[in-house]
Structure formats: structure tokens, C-alpha cells
Design a protein around this ligand. Sequence first.
Ligand code: MOS
Length: 743
Amino acid sequence: MLRNERNFGSPRDRVDGRAKVTGAAQYAAEFNAPDLLHGYVVSSTIAKGRITSIDTQKALDVPGVLKVFTHDNRPATAWFSSSYQDEVAPPGTPFRPLYDEQIYYSGQPIALVVAESFDVARYAASLVEATYEAGAHETDLKLARAAAYVPPKKRQGMKPPASKGDAMAAYAKAPLRIANDYSIANEHHNPMEPHASTVIFEAGGKLTIHDKIQGVMNTQSYVSGVFGLPASDIHVVSPFVGGGFGSGLRPQYQLFLAVMAALDLKRSVRVEMTRDQMFTFTHRPETINTVLLGADKTGRLSALRHQAVAVTSRFEDYQEVVVNWSGILYDAENKQFDYRIAKVDTYTPGDMRAPGAPLGTFAIESAMDELAYAGNIDPLELRLRNYSTRDETTNKEFTSKELRACFQLGAEKFGWSRRSPAPRSMREGRELIGWGMASGCWEAQFSKTSAKAVLTSDGRLEVGTATADIGTGTYTILTQIGADALGLDMEQVTAKLADTTLPKSPVEGGSWTAASAGTAVQMACEALKKTLLQEAQKIEGSPLADAKYEDVVFANGRIAMADDAGRSLDLSDVVRHSGQSEIEEQATAQPDSKVQAQYAAYTHSAVFVEVRVDEQLGLVRIPRIVNAVAAGRIINPKTARSQVTGGTVWGIGMALHEESLTDHNLGRFMNHNLAEYHVPANADIYDIDVIFVPEEDDKVSPIGVKGLGEIGIVATPAAIANAIFHATGKRIRELPITIDKVL
Ligand code: MOS
């Protein structure tokens, strides 16, 4: 592909930055309609059982209340006779709000109060009285794990690797041995923008929906599938997402309730989640890993067994990749993997930034650190001795793997060689100092994505695809790619996203959007350029009449002969002469099945952390982190850096703060607010140094891009836990590492 890279690879400001900071960017709950109604959700107070009665009269008596929807009076919808599953649904039966009197989890929506104003709806909702017959619930994984099972139906790509050799026999004979459990608490996504849906009811029953979603096509097909409406009657437009992190991959219940109410009342309806209610749907599943390592005296692994068990709901088999990462990172003669799930009475867990990876990586990278101390080997050296040169879990070569360079450049920047090996050997005042490291990987995925490229008669380019920008910088990188392709300035290019009238695209997730949508936009631009040349050649007396596509360049708003700039035409003149108001081309990018059959593609990272632990108070500070990442070609180092920095901050949250605490008597998450669910604040964050290691990869995607929305978090929690051990001599195998565990 012809590359004219004035913007690709250069740090560029976000094209949507001004709209976001000035409030011009509209989010799902900010769209309005005349006579908009407001819905407020009533949530169940028990975790399991059934509603015996629900009294809505007091709510209905409040002036301004139109209707209270419950399982007793909800309209029949297509959903209730079909088994529709959304684009990202795990195997099982999706939860159906207000379907019947059964309660599956605490916080389950049991009624929707619809009123003329939000405040009236909220007040009236407080007057709805439900009585229950409670059943015996279980929310404790430590007890539920006895009934854990291998999911009979796998989510795509979620099979644990096949075993190799005899891990237990090799372990029994190994001079160095490690065997421990490593667990991670339930965590909830807390994007700044809570979930909301504004459903605009139009004459004739068509709907325009503004939904908090990471992919408008998923909302459209969900509403179509669940309510039995033709997709053409459902227009979803959600141009801005105030953070997704996976919580917006699947449509959540506020969408169902808002659409149900709008169709029933034939009015526009908005349903917003409160921050409390953000804890009543998707979350990262509590997971317990068991890792067993056997090695010779030099640290060379002979046995690696990684098992994990995680929670799921009663109605869906949520799964994520937890144990595979060990087998991808390390070579060992004998390996064994096992991944199970256990049903508890909560809502179905879901993908949260790098789903599964920081959980399994915390386990294997803690265990490797323990092995390093057991063998008196430098932790970085131990990783180099067991470095995998091919992906044994799939038996494929890597498209590229610059993890060695991550180790080298990260260690240099951090000053790793000056580390004093013994725990508790570095101190300043009353603070113990610890240096720890860990490595990680994340799949470099590519998803089938279509895009369009349109040149208008004023010489402007518009590129578009239906996927979202969940804050990652997608608008900006697609603008860069479009500008480079047509030889325009970024100011002459507009990127359009998150509208179901745009070419089809999957959800923004899995770190695949930069590679997939970026390639699709590049291909659409190439197709547009070919058409523009053809149109240019139709112009009478065209100076490009006999030019081949290979012989022309697009620059400064013109098509010109590469070897004779004098022979050129203005792009806007070409559009005008075509007799059309604009010229549009579309293209679809899809993975190369031959490459996929032969190669495995991952991003990699090496994270180096310094912690300072107050010995008396147990407070952990993290003055500096170096996160060295290999993620192929970097389209925009500025937005890329902010992705990895954000992931690293979240890694600090996972290591030290985040935990959704359950009262197992009530079967309920208790700290359902940002006062008690702790996330890092500015005062917790010091220096985070992100290094992008050069990595050329012509196989992973046509533009050499791997994607990096998720790799930042993957190895960070393990590196922090390892640094805390180095500081204190205390090995903590349960995240988050709170003060009580440090002391
Ligand atoms: Mo990501 S957890 O696929 O939004």
C-alpha cells in the first residue's frame, strides 16, 4: 500500500478533544426530545427467590407518573418467545428484565416507574413495595467452587490450551518448586458516564436510540431481536462514550426497559442508571488461580500447571482467558491447564479491560517471582531463561514478539541493574523500598470491519465506520489515516463513528479497533483514490489521461503525476466534473485466514515498579512505573501513551484499591458507590513512563498495527505485588493488597 505518512506515527491532539472538554459532545443521556419521559428502575433487595406481590399504587398516585411496569403488567415482546443473544453474549440464556417473578440476583430490576420528570420518577420509585419469598442464595466463590465445572459451550477462542507431558510428575522431581493460590476480588467497571438510553419514539413507530454502548450495531440487532422490529426501523446514534472498559459491550437492562416503555406508551423515554445501579450488572469475576511451577536449579521450567476458577451467574456461562497466558509466555516441557466456572447468585460477569489477562498474569508472574527468590535468580533473568519463541498453546509462530526489547529498554530506563536482590534491603527513612517487575501479553486481534471514504465537492474527506470511540482516540487515528491516504491536512478530514447508517463494524473492544477500522479506512481511501483517478481521466483534455494508478500521487488536495507535478488536477474539480455531489467508496477489511492459520499475534509488555511502603502504617506508594510495550506500529504516540498510562493506573487500582465487597448474608455488593469502591485518585499516581518498543510486523494487520487499549493493565498488578514483596518480604497473593494485608 502506498504510504504517505505525514500523520501516521506522529503525536496528534484528539480531534474530538475540544468537543469533549467544552460540553459540546453529547452522551446518551444528553439527547433530548419533545415531551421526553423518564424511567427510574426499582431494584430487588433479595438475591434469590420470587416476588410474591408488588404494590405500585402509591407510586401511581404521584402526580406526573404515567405507568409502573412490573412482571405483572409488562407488555409481551418478541423477546419472550425467542432466544436472542447479543453480539457479545456468553453461552446461556440472557437475563430478561421483568420477565417473571423470579429473582436471580440482588439489585435485579423489578419495576420501571415512568413519569414526566426524572425527580418524580425517582420519588415514585421509592414508594413501590415488593414482598418476596426468599430462597437460599450463594455468592461466595470459596464455597461455590466445589461445584465448579468446565464450561460445556466455549466462548469463541476461550479454550484452555492442551496439556503437554506430565506436569505433576515433573513437579515431583523438580529441585525448585512453587505451588500457591492467587486470587482477585470481584471488581466493577466505573466509567465516568453511567449507562443510559434515550429512546426517541418517532411517528410510525420508528426509533432513534442514543445508547451507552461500545458498538451501535449491537444495540440495533439487540432491539431488533428482542422486540421483533425490523432493523431498518431502529437508528442508533451514540457518537460519544464516557468510558466503556467492557461495560458497554453488551446492551444492559436500561436499554430494554427504555425501549419497552417507549413502544408501550408511544412516547420518547430515557432511562439512566444511578451510580449505585452501575453495580447491578456486569463486573469482573472473582477468580482464584492455582499455579504450580517446577524448575531445575538454574530456574529452567520443567513443570507448569495453571488452574483457575471464576464466578458466573446462574443463567449464563461467562468465560474469559485466564490460564492460557502462562503457556504463551513460557516454555516448559510439561504443562497443564484447567479453567472452570462456578455459579453464584449475581448478575453475569462481563469483559473488563483485558478480560482475564491481568488475573492469570497476576498468578503466573507472582509465581515466577517466587521461583526467582527460591532459586536466587534475578527475576528478569529468570524470564529470559524461560522465554517462549513460539506460541505453544496454539503451536504457531508469532507474527512478531519484541518482549526481549521491552525487557531491555524497560530495565535500562528503570535502572533495574542497580537493584539490591534481597527483600527488605532497600530503605529510606521509615519507608521500605521495593523494586519488582512482571511481563504480559494480550492478543492482537483483527475483526471484520467495513468503512467508507467520501470526497465532497469542496475537497474535504469524510471517513466513517459504525464502531465507537470509547475514549481511545479512534476519531483521531482514523482522521490521521484518511489524511495521509488522500494527502490532505487533518483539518480537511472528518471521521464519523457510532451510527447504524455507517458501514458495519463490530463493537469497539478487544484492542482490535485501531488495526481493523484503521485498515478498513485505509482500504476505503485506496478505493476512493482509484475512482478519483478514473473520474479525473474522464475530464476532457485531462493531464492524467494516460496515467496508471501507480504513477500518481495524492498531495495538497491534488492528484499529480509522481514524476511531473505540473500534470495535476484539483480533487474538488474532479468531484465537480463527475456530475455527483460527492464520490464515495466502501471497503471491508478482514483477517487473512492464511496468516491466522500459521501465526499467533500478541502485544507484549514488561512493567517495572518501585514501591515505597510505610512500615508502621502499611501504606503503599508507587513513585514510579516504567511500562515498556511492543504493539506493532504506533499510529499516534500521544493517544497511544494515554491508553497505556490509563491501563497502568487501572493496574494500580487492581493491585491496591479495587474490590466489590459482598455481604454473603445478604448476597449483595455493599460498597456500591465511588466513596467506598476505591479507585486510584490523582494523589495515588506519580511517574508513569511508557516506552513503545520498535516492532515491525507485516503480518498482524496490513497497517502493521496491533492495538494497545488493554496491554497497559495486564502485567501491572503482578509487578506491584512483586515490588511489595521485595520491599517488605511479605508475599501477598490476594488482590487488592490493602493495608491490613501489608501490615
Ligand atoms: Mo474491552 S474489555 O473488549 O471493552
